[in-house]
Design a protein around this ligand. Structure first.
Ligand SMILES: [Zn+2]
Length: 346
């Protein structure tokens, strides 16, 4: 039997009271379940101007494929949703329209702010899917079909281990005098190296604005981007999304003698990472020291799960997103001759 968690307005009231607690600027990423969308609209936390609701791109692509049933178009849907530059998004949508007008109409009917990185306005912080929350399922993998007490015990054990490993990692980063988390360091350095290849033309010293031209690389490159340091923006869209100055912005920072490192968002600070995992769990004493619960647990043998010898089969409901589509995709691409729209998009 498929198990569903119904996220009604009651859930969001609890979320608002215990987690959000009046903070503004929150972004909720979810699938497009009708009940969830209705519940979100009834509360203030994820409604503009207080916050926003965005859709998981993986779910949008999956729903799109369920209707259109074309894996090549599904790939294009992913490319369109994950593209940060408006002009590239428009070109991919034009290609979808050329291949299937109904597919284009399907996507065009969804509010672009909700499912595309190019129209998001920086709310998503580069996060396109709900994978981040689903990783907790991986932490608790195996903690199923066990007695209740064992479920609680294994959930606690694995959560403590999860926090302990990250607390140690945070301490190591501090000892190494690392400014930001590994993700931010890697991205900043990668863009710093790329910036060397760009050419910059300064425009306004007051706005700290400039145009940046990328180096030609075969059929690609020679693109012009506009950077305005005072507004913390670049027309490539990446600075706004990730909160880290992109290669174009770093080039302009160099031209105006400004520290690009000082403009990395503070949520990447190693201190912020450490604060997240700094809370301690209290070790649990032997059951002999526990308080009397004032109730008796009664075992009901009629609902006991019968286990069969051999390997347990997974109880998770597989859906369209789990199916291997590589072969179908390759066959479809061969038929269409053109393997990827990306080649046509500079
Ligand atoms: Zn840029």
């Amino acid at each position: 039997m498929k198990k569903l968690i119904h996220l009604g307005s009651g859930f969001f009231k609890q979320l608002s009271r215990h987690v959000i607690r009046g903070r503004r600027g929150m972004c909720l990423i979810s699938d497009r379940h009708a009940g969830l969308i209705k519940a979100v609209r009834e509360g203030p936390d994820f409604v503009s101007p207080h916050g926003v609701h965005r859709y998981c791109l993986r779910h949008v692509c999956s729903n799109f494929n369920n209707t259109i049933k074309n894996v090549v178009l599904k790939d294009l849907c992913w490319q369109a949703g994950s593209e940060y530059q408006l002009r590239k998004f428009n070109r991919i949508m034009d290609e979808i329209k050329k291949q299937d007008v109904k597919a284009f109409a399907y996507l065009d009917a969804i509010n672009k702010e909700k499912w595309t990185a190019s129209h998001d306005g920086g709310w998503r912080c580069g996060i396109l899917t709900t994978n981040m929350s689903e990783c907790i399922n991986g932490v608790l993998k195996g903690a199923r079909r066990l007695p209740v007490s064992a479920l609680v015990e294994i959930t606690l054990e694995r959560t403590v281990h999860y926090f302990h490993v990250r607390a140690m990692k945070g301490q190591k980063m501090l000892q190494n005098n690392q400014l930001w988390t590994d993700f931010a360091c890697k991205m900043f350095i990668s863009w710093q190296q790329k910036a060397v290849e760009h050419t910059v033309t300064k425009y306004s010293h007051a706005q700290q604005s400039a145009s940046v031209v990328t180096r030609r690389q075969g059929r690609h490159g020679m693109n012009t981007h506009v950077v305005k340091i005072a507004n913390r923006e670049c027309s490539c869209g990446k600075w706004n999304q990730f909160g880290i100055p992109c290669s174009h912005a770093q080039k302009v920072c160099g031209a105006y003698n400004i520290s690009a490192a000082s403009m990395v968002k503070d949520y990447y600070d190693v201190m912020a990472y450490n604060n997240t995992y700094s809370k301690h769990f209290e070790p649990v004493q032997s059951e002999d020291y526990w308080d009397d619960p004032n109730f008796q647990l009664v075992h009901d043998p009629t609902i006991r799960t019968v286990t069969r010898p051999g390997r347990n089969q997974t109880t998770r409901i597989h859906n369209e997103m789990d199916w291997r589509q590589t072969r179908a995709r390759q066959e479809a691409q061969q038929q269409q001759g053109d393997s990827s729209i990306q080649e046509n998009v500079p």
